[in-house]
Ligand binder design. Structure first.
Ligand SMILES: Cc1ncc(COP(=O)(O)O)c(C=O)c1O
Length: 297
C-alpha cells in the first residue's frame, strides 16, 4: 500500500480535484490544463471562473413582492414558513421540519431542546466548520473531538466510541463537504450507548446514505441556507426530525420558550428559549429556490 503522508495526500487530492473541476456543468471551472501538479509543488496557478450564484428569476421577485404586499412579514402572521417546512420535510423524507434563522441556530435550537449545559460533553469530528464547535461552547459544554477517517474525510467512527464518557450528552456527526458520515456505524454506537444523534448536515443538502437523505437518521438534522449553500436565502436554516415531541421542543425553544399561535405545534410552557425565527421573506425565497434544488445539487 502506498504510504499516506502529507505530500502524497496533497498530490492525490489535487489530481482528484482537477477531475472534478473539469467535469461539465460543475459550478467551479478550472481553465488551466496544467493541473497534474499542485501549485505548492511547482504547478502553474490555475485561474477559476465561478457560475453566477445565487440563481433566481421572476419567481423569486414575485414571491418577495407577494410577502411584502401581504403585510405578513413574520412567521407568526404568515403561512410561507409553515409551507416551506412542509416542503423541506417532504424533500428529506422526515415527518417534521422547523425553519430557523441559520444553520448555527438549527444546532443551537436542538441543543436547547436537549437541555445541553455545563458538565456535558458532545462528541463531534475535528474536521468541520467552526460553527459546530461554537454551538457546544455557547452551551458551556465540552467538545470532544474525534479524528478524521483519511479515506472519507468524515468522522472516524472506529475512534468515536473511545470518546464516550458518562458525561456524553449527544453524538454529532458532521456530513462534511456534501458527503455523508458512516451512519450505520454512528447509529449503532448511539444505540449501544443510548445517546441521541444530532446530524450536522449544514453542508449536505439532499446527500444520501444508502438511498436515504441525511438529516433523517438521527433525532434531528441541521441544515444551513447561508449564501454559499445549495439552498440559499442569505441567512437561514432548518431542523429535520421524525420525532414529534422533539420538534415541538425545538419550536418552543426557537420561539422564546413559547408554543406558537397559527402553528400546528400547540402551546408551550415558558421553558428555556430565545428568538431564532425565520422571516416570511426568507421562507418565500426558499420555496422558490427549492424548485431548482434537485437539479442544482
Ligand atoms: C458544517 C457546518 N455546520 C454549521 C454551519 C453553520 O451554518 P450557518 O452559517 O447558516 O450558521 C455551517 C455553515 O457553513 C457548516 O458548514
Amino acid at each position: 500500500m502506498k504510504t499516506i503522508n502529507r505530500r502524497n495526500f496533497i498530490k492525490a487530492s489535487a489530481i482528484a480535484g482537477a477531475g472534478l473541476t473539469l467535469s461539465p456543468g460543475f459550478a467551479f471551472r478550472c481553465t488551466s490544463q496544467n493541473s497534474s501538479k499542485p501549485v505548492l509543488l511547482g504547478g502553474r496557478k490555475p485561474s477559476y471562473s465561478f457560475s453566477k450564484w445565487p440563481v433566481y428569476d421572476q419567481t423569486e421577485e414575485q414571491a418577495l413582492l407577494d410577502v411584502l404586499h401581504s403585510n405578513n412579514w413574520g412567521r407568526l402572521n404568515g403561512n410561507m414558513t409553515a409551507k416551506f417546512e412542509e416542503e423541506y420535510a417532504k424533500a428529506h423524507g422526515t415527518a417534521h421540519s422547523l425553519a430557523v434563522s441559520s444553520g448555527t441556530s438549527a444546532l443551537y435550537t436542538m441543543f436547547g431542546a436537549l437541555d445541553v449545559g455545563p458538565g456535558d460533553e458532545v462528541v463531534l469530528p475535528v474536521y468541520t466548520f467552526v460553527a459546530s464547535y461554537n454551538v457546544v461552547g455557547l452551551n458551556y459544554a465540552l467538545p470532544i473531538l474525534v479524528d478524521t477517517n483519511i479515506e472519507t474525510f468524515q468522522i472516524d467512527t472506529k475512534k468515536m466510541e473511545q470518546a464516550i464518557t458518562p458525561q456524553t450528552k449527544l453524538l454529532m456527526p458532521v456530513h462534511i463537504g456534501g458527503s455523508p458520515a458512516d451512519l450505520d456505524a454512528v447509529l449503532e454506537i448511539g444505540k449501544k450507548h443510548n445517546l441521541p444523534i444530532i446530524e450536522d448536515a449544514c453542508q449536505a443538502h439532499l446527500a444520501e446514505w444508502k438511498g436515504q437523505k441525511v438529516g433523517s437518521f438521527g433525532l434531528g438534522g441541521a441544515f444551513s441556507f447561508q449564501s454559499s449553500k445549495n439552498l440559499n436565502c442569505a441567512e437561514g436554516g432548518a431542523i429535520t426530525s421524525n420525532d414529534k415531541d422533539f420538534i415541538e421542543k425545538c419550536y418552543i425553544f426557537h420561539n422564546q420558550g413559547q408554543g406558537g399561535t397559527g402553528t400546528s405545534y400547540g402551546t408551550g410552557s415558558g421553558t428555556r428559549g430565545t428568538n431564532l425565527r425565520l422571516t416570511e421573506f426568507q421562507a418565500a425565497l426558499l420555496l422558490a429556490q427549492m424548485t431548482r434544488l434537485e437539479q442544482q445539487a
